[in-house]
Design a protein around this ligand. Structure first.
Ligand code: HEC
Length: 125
């Protein structure tokens, strides 16, 4: 009986780990495909279009942005959902001939992207 319990719970934790890995990959893919052209893989504004917009793309690994993220944990998701900088991003992409196809964001996508970016930012120095 004990062995069965261990087998069951062991199986459960593996099953729980699989989506976590997949989520991380989804977040990474979304960031790489839709954000990295400006923000850069390191989120330090190292992408090829980082200086093509006005204002330029900010480094999101600074102490100032970490504080912003801790004061307002929704800042990453709201930057996608609320588009606070209006047409700045589509215009910059268009002017530089970069096409990023539209994406129907799901709640899971937003969670995964947020989790991925917060992870990279918190590991960055
Ligand atoms: C065309 C270049 C470009 C792309 C693509 C881009 N950004 Fe940005 N991002 C910017 C610029 C420029 C700013 C600064 C805007 C400002 O100061 O008004 C910014 C600001 C931000 C901020 C800081 C917002 C704040 O209020 O402090 C976050 C978070 C962010 N972007 C997330 C993203 C995410 C997530 C994606 C991908 C889904 C993305 N960005 C795609 C250029 C870009």
């Amino acid at each position: 009986m004990k062995a069965l319990f261990i087998a069951l719970t062991g199986g459960l934790s593996l099953a729980q780990m699989a989506p976590a890995l997949a989520d991380n990959l989804n977040g990474k893919n979304l960031f790489t495909q839709r954000c990295a052209v400006c923000h850069g893989a390191d989120i330090k504004a190292s992408g090829p279009l980082a200086h093509k917009s006005s204002p330029p793309t900010p480094d999101l690994t600074t102490a100032a942005f970490r504080k912003r993220l801790s004061d307002y944990p929704g800042v990453i998701v709201s930057s996608v959902v609320l588009r606070p900088n209006g047409s700045l991003i589509p215009r910059t992409l268009r002017e530089n001939g970069v096409k990023i196809p539209p994406h129907a964001w799901s709640i899971d996508d937003l969670r995964d992207l947020n989790q991925y970016m917060v992870g990279v930012i918190s590991k960055s120095r």
